[in-house]
Design a protein around this ligand. Structure first.
Ligand SMILES: NC(=O)c1ccc[n+]([C@@H]2O[C@H](COP(=O)([O-])OP(=O)(O)OC[C@H]3O[C@@H](n4cnc5c(N)ncnc54)[C@H](OP(=O)(O)O)[C@@H]3O)[C@@H](O)[C@H]2O)c1
Length: 312
């Protein structure tokens, strides 16, 4: 009998890649989708789409029915208000934990968190992801659980880093991070592979794993721009954006978003995340626990992403 995994966020960037990888590993999937969005067109027989949302506890129980494991990828990555992040990234985890505990047997619970959870004071996003982890730790008694904290994820389907890549293809690379800031990155397929590798492990001991693309110490912005320039085989002009300018735009953008009701990417919280100097992480624990190794160095991942976006 194929093993059944419940998956949230499968209509998003990371969840879609995880679903694809789970399918090729032979799992059957129960995937949550929201009614207010177009029903997913993917009618593959290994996927059963369950209509619902994190705010609806009944739909979460339907999602988990018969599943031996849950991969909880749904999350909010942009917003103007604390409430928007908390409802999904914190309260959503709480509802999922309660639903999982009511199942017999309870499914194993993999929470997709974020490196941002390490620095909850920086932004609403970071605080909401941190609290999501805390809820799983505090209320997940009786559940087998694990948490994965990816760094910046890029690849086909991403909407956050894609605009910067497009700009670089036009020869421009604005720098919003401090010169000394370093960050890890990971290509989407490597992240999906890590999630499946963890899913296939038998022992989950309430661990929190971080992971990156195989480059210890990560990158500074200059190294990323040089890599993209190497892939494009043309120069890219790098210039610093004055901090005061970025902060002012972020405040205005957040204000406009509150009035007009859209979810902004650039907010004061996002600027504080960008200004943070250490978003690097370590692969040792996940390699030991899951035998996973990243396969895609930055240059190769950028090349695939640009080809997908037809920018090369
Ligand atoms: N992208 C990154 O660089 C990155 C890095 C670290 C961690 N993460 C984490 O990875 C997860 C996925 O991020 P992503 O980049 O794939 O985001 P995304 O493309 O915006 O996808 C978000 C997913 O969550 C679903 N969702 C949001 N609110 C929901 C709700 N109330 N009920 C049910 N489903 C809901 C969305 O469904 P709809 O399609 O219906 O909107 C979508 O499937 C998030 O938890 C994020 O914190 C992302």
């Amino acid at each position: 009998m194929p093993r059944v995994i419940a998956l949230t966020g499968a209509t998003g960037f990371i969840g879609a890649a995880v679903m694809h990888r789970l399918r090729s590993a032979g799992f059957r999937i129960r995937a949550l989708y929201r009614a207010n969005k177009t029903a997913p067109r993917d009618q593959d027989r290994s996927v059963k789409w369950i209509q619902g949302r994190l705010e609806d506890a009944g739909s979460l129980k339907r999602l988990l029915s018969g599943a031996e494991g849950l991969i909880h990828c749904a999350g909010v990555v942009r917003g103007a208000e604390w409430r928007q992040f908390k409802t999904v990234n914190t309260d959503g985890v709480a509802r999922m934990v309660q639903a999982a505990k009511q199942m017999h047997p309870s499914p194993r619970f993999l929470l997709l968190s974020s490196l941002a959870a390490r620095e909850p004071k920086l932004s609403y996003y970071a605080a909401s992801k941190h609290l999501g982890e805390e809820i799983l730790k505090a209320q997940g008694d009786g559940l087998e659980w694990t948490v994965l904290r990816p760094p910046a994820v890029y690849g086909p389907g991403d909407r956050e880093i894609a605009p910067l890549l497009k700009l670089m293809c036009k020869g421009l690379a604005p720098q919003a991070t401090p010169r000394s800031a370093r960050f890890s990155m990971i290509y989407i397929d490597d992240l999906a592979e890590a999630i499946v590798a963890l899913t296939e492990q038998t022992n989950w001991e309430g661990s929190i794993f971080e992971l990156h693309d195989g480059r210890p110490g990560g990158y500074d912005w200059c190294e990323v721009v040089q890599t993209v320039s190497g892939v494009l085989e043309r120069p890219i002009y790098r210039f610093r954006l004055p901090q005061l300018l970025i902060r002012s735009i972020a405040v205005l953008n957040q204000g406009a978003a509150r009035v007009m009701g859209y979810a902004p990417m650039l907010s004061p919280g996002k600027v504080r995340e960008l200004e943070h100097k250490d978003w690097t992480c370590d692969n040792n624990s996940i390699i030991k626990a899951a035998g996973w190794h990243p396969q895609t160095p930055l240059g190769a991942g950028i090349k695939k992403t640009l080809q997908y976006q037809r920018l090369t």
